[in-house]
Design a protein around this ligand. Structure first.
Ligand SMILES: NC(=O)c1ccc[n+]([C@@H]2O[C@H](COP(=O)([O-])OP(=O)(O)OC[C@H]3O[C@@H](n4cnc5c(N)ncnc54)[C@H](OP(=O)(O)O)[C@@H]3O)[C@@H](O)[C@H]2O)c1
Ligand SMILES: *[C@@H]1O[C@H](CO)[C@@H](O)[C@H](O)[C@H]1NC(C)=O
Length: 274
């Protein structure tokens, strides 16, 4: 909590204004439905992925150590925020993404079309190699099950985006977040070396629980903040839009500055998922 507050402050620095495009929050869900796996399902970003995918008419298979923590997210949930999230199209499994047996339960017989990995937590709770270990386990399961698409939430500052982190964030990366960034960098390397998969590494700036703005900008320079609800939309688009422009790329995203990714959730955009 404390770190988030620091992050938000450090991300609120002045950023060059760039034109942005607004897209509808939940456009017609006439599109073909997909079977989507979400790892870390109870998390603040992951629960946005779960909730938005269900609202799109998709079937969701979520894995989290503590299923009872899954609630309707604040950002997209509106009046329903914080209520228990249950839906006949949601299969929620209690287990760890680092355990091959638990991960296998998500894939077995479920005909998964795409995977979102939105894991996180403090190293003293999750350990120093959880992101890397879990990602290895999940990517192996994808390969074993012939699943191609995956989006992975890491962070601004990870891998070759080191220089895109604002100054205060670089200080945190070198100190309190040092271990987390070793794990994130290793996680990214694993994903990038999966040449047989269609991956997107999603590197958000400082995260908020605000309602979705529909403005998701890919940033070449320093990235500002973004709502988890918008990050979730980008992650879902990365695994459901056939010609998603950031496949095998690792964009930094923010709601301020840069060039926009404009969502197209039409049936045409999702053709080819079946
Ligand atoms: N805060 C920021 O400003 C910021 C900025 C940029 C990037 N990020 C990164 O963005 C990512 C998402 O952040 P967030 O705040 O949405 O995450 P979060 O709320 O901390 O959620 C992470 C989820 O991972 C799950 N998890 C942990 N270990 C697990 C395991 N072994 N198996 C299955 N699930 C596990 C946890 O659920 P259980 O406890 O139920 O297992 C938790 O709900 C994180 O990697 C974070 O570092 C954050
Ligand atoms: C479940 O998904 C189907 C499409 O796969 C959809 O028609 C139905 O409305 C969904 N049910 C709920 C409760 O969201």
């Amino acid at each position: 909590m404390k770190i988030s507050a620091i992050l938000l402050t450090s991300f609120s620095g002045a950023l060059a204004f760039a034109p942005t495009f607004h897209v509808p929050k939940f456009p017609s869900s006439t599109s073909l439905s997909a079977n989507i796996a979400v790892f870390g399902a109870s998390g603040l970003t992951a629960s946005e992925c779960v909730y938005q995918a269900l609202n799109n008419g998709d079937k969701v298979f979520g894995l989290t150590r503590n299923p009872s923590n899954l609630v309707i997210p604040k950002g997209s949930g509106g009046d329903k925020a914080d209520q228990k999230l249950s839906n006949p199209n949601l299969t929620l499994i209690g287990g760890s993404a680092t355990e091959a047996g638990d991960v296998a339960k998500i894939f077995e017989g479920n005909d998964i079309d795409g995977v979102v990995i939105a894991l996180g937590g403090k190293t003293k709770d999750v350990g120093t190699t959880m992101l890397t270990d879990a990602t290895k386990t999940i990517l192996n399961a994808m390969k074993a099950n012939g699943v191609k698409r995956v989006s992975v939430v890491t962070s601004i500052g990870a891998g070759d985006s080191k220089d895109q982190a604002p100054f205060m964030f670089k200080v945190l990366m070198a100190t309190v977040m040092k271990n987390i960034f070793v794990d994130k960098n290793n996680q990214e390397e694993l994903v990038k070396s999966s040449s047989d998969l269609e991956w997107c590494i999603v590197r958000p700036g400082g995260l908020t629980v605000e309602p979705p703005t529909g403005v998701i900008n890919v940033i070449e320079g320093e990235a500002g903040s973004i709502a988890r609800a918008d990050v979730a939309q980008f992650c879902l688009d990365a695994i459901t839009v056939d010609d998603f422009p950031y496949i095998n790329k690792a964009p930094c995203i923010s709601s301020v500055g840069g060039t926009s990714w404009v969502k197209d959730r039409s049936a045409k955009a999702r053709d080819g998922m079946e």
